[in-house]
Design a protein around this ligand. Structure first.
Ligand code: BJ8
Length: 427
């Protein structure tokens, strides 16, 4: 991860330079160990390697330049915040959820210790002054999803202006009306922050850009049904993580190019691992960058991940906004609201769609087993773990539940459990 020539920019953004330098070194080493050590990677992953090498450099330079030209940067923490509307206001969306331990001592002075690692991480990145994305943001949009996030935004607002969207926890008609009015409130807020009017045309353009990105990622996912799998789960996870930071049009082009290459690999039966390698689906909590611990253990143990049922995965990309017949601003916002309320996050009750989706994905991607990923102290996904296990067992698919955080202390223990699970699958 390069540090050349960006010191002035990082200073202007207010980063804590020594701490930031330490973070870049740790990240660079982790990326080399986890990603660059993989064998038989598609050539198209070179673009992602480049993006990662410049994740705090070139991309931030682009954001800073855009801000100087009057664009606003809008930070988000959840799939429920529609990127389409941010684009329609001529804003730039960046996903801020963080996937590494950072500033833990500072965080634990203001948040309970038993808060999930993802929440501690995004607060920690801000308190430690090491995230140029959050520093570049003009505003962040939070949401009332789980209790931890809902309350953490009150505190986060003391450090960065935070606008909180109310997310219903059920999907009845009254919830749909509430959500639709929240979409209107978000639209008003974005118009105020950016100074731009959101129109039917700008919404249509925003929807087309985001639909194209989701279609490309979905195309990529479908290619993973092949045996041998043409690309690793680690690489697909990276693409899902980078899509929250990179320019959406440029990334879409690169993913489509990668898919062209993968189609050839599938036709030639070229894989990242031999045919017959155990195929696993990972389901559960989101894995925000640079959270690669569990997939790295799984794939280095001799399995291949063929799908992610997660917000940094297919839960976030599978549904498109249907624009057919929607010509007015209101109609397009209706469609956007409807698309987002289909997301089957575990904070909803009841939430049978998610379990059905896990089951459908195991069939589509021919998974031999499911690893259910639960971030410690995440009540919604840990609670749903038993429902996922019961449903998969009915389908004859074994489930391994892993509850962990972002520390590396339990790596050996998880390795042992993953090895035992793979042994059982091979019998
Ligand atoms: S739509 S999954 S991105 S809320 S892991 S912070 S749930 S305690 S991240 Fe999420 Fe939106 Fe739902 Fe997706 Fe809370 Fe659980 Fe922590 Fe979580």
């Amino acid at each position: 991860m390069g540090t050349e020539n960006y010191t002035e920019m990082w200073t202007e953004l207010g980063l804590n330079l020594p701490a930031h330098e330490g973070l870049l070194q740790t990240l660079g080493k982790a990326y080399a160990d986890v990603y660059l050590s993989q064998k038989n990677r598609p050539a198209g992953m070179a673009y992602l390697d480049f993006v990662m090498s410049e994740i705090h450099g070139l991309r931030i330079e682009e954001l800073v330049k855009a801000k100087k030209q009057g664009q606003k940067v809008i930070g988000t923490f959840c799939l429920y915040v529609p990127e389409e509307i941010i684009l329609a206001a001529n804003g730039i969306a960046v996903g801020l959820c963080a996937g590494a331990e950072c500033g833990t001592e500072l965080v634990e002075q203001i948040l309970p210790r038993n808060t999930c690692a993802l929440i501690k991480s995004f607060v920690g990145f801000k308190l430690a002054g090491v995230c140029p994305y959050v520093e570049a943001c003009d505003i962040v949009i939070g949401e009332t999803t789980c209790d931890g996030k809902t309350k953490a935004y009150e505190i986060f607002n003391e450090y960065k202006p935070t606008f909180v969207l109310e997310i219903p926890h059920m999907k009845n008609d009254s919830d749909r009306r509430l959500w639709r009015s929240e979409i209107e409130r978000l639209t008003d807020k974005l118009e105020e922050v950016t100074g731009n009017k959101i129109t039917a045309d700008s919404l249509r353009k925003g929807v087309e850009i985001v639909n194209a990105k989701r279609k490309a990622i979905y195309r990529l996912n479908r290619l993973r049904a092949a045996d041998p799998a043409p690309i690793s789960g680690l690489d697909c996870l990276l693409i899902n993580q980078v899509q929250f930071y990179d320019d959406p049009v440029r990334l879409t082009e690169q993913i489509n190019k990668l898919c062209d290459e993968l189609e050839t690999r599938v036709a030639e039966k070229t894989g990242v691992a031999p045919a017959g390698t155990p195929r696993l689906l990972v389901s559960g909590c989101p894995m925000a960058a640079p959270n690669w611990k569990l997939p790295n253990i799984i794939e280095k143990s001799g399995a291949v991940i063929v799908g992610e049922e997660s917000c940094v995965g297919e839960r976030g990309t599978r549904n498109l906004v249907d624009l057919s017949g929607a010509t007015t601003r209101e109609k397009i916002l209706d469609r956007i609201a409807g698309r987002y309320l289909n997301i089957d996050c575990a904070v909803f009750t009841p939430n049978p769609e998610r379990v059905e989706h896990v089951s459908e994905m195991t069939r589509q991607y021919k998974a031999d087993g499911v690893v259910h990923y639960e971030i410690q102290f995440c009540t919604p996904y840990t609670m749903e773990g038993s429902a996922v296990r019961r449903a998969m067992n009915k389908d004859g698919i074994p489930v391994l539940r892993i509850e962990t955080d972002y520390s590396m202390e339990d790596t050996a223990q998880i390795q042992t459990r993953v090895h035992a699970f793979l042994e059982m699958l091979r019998k």
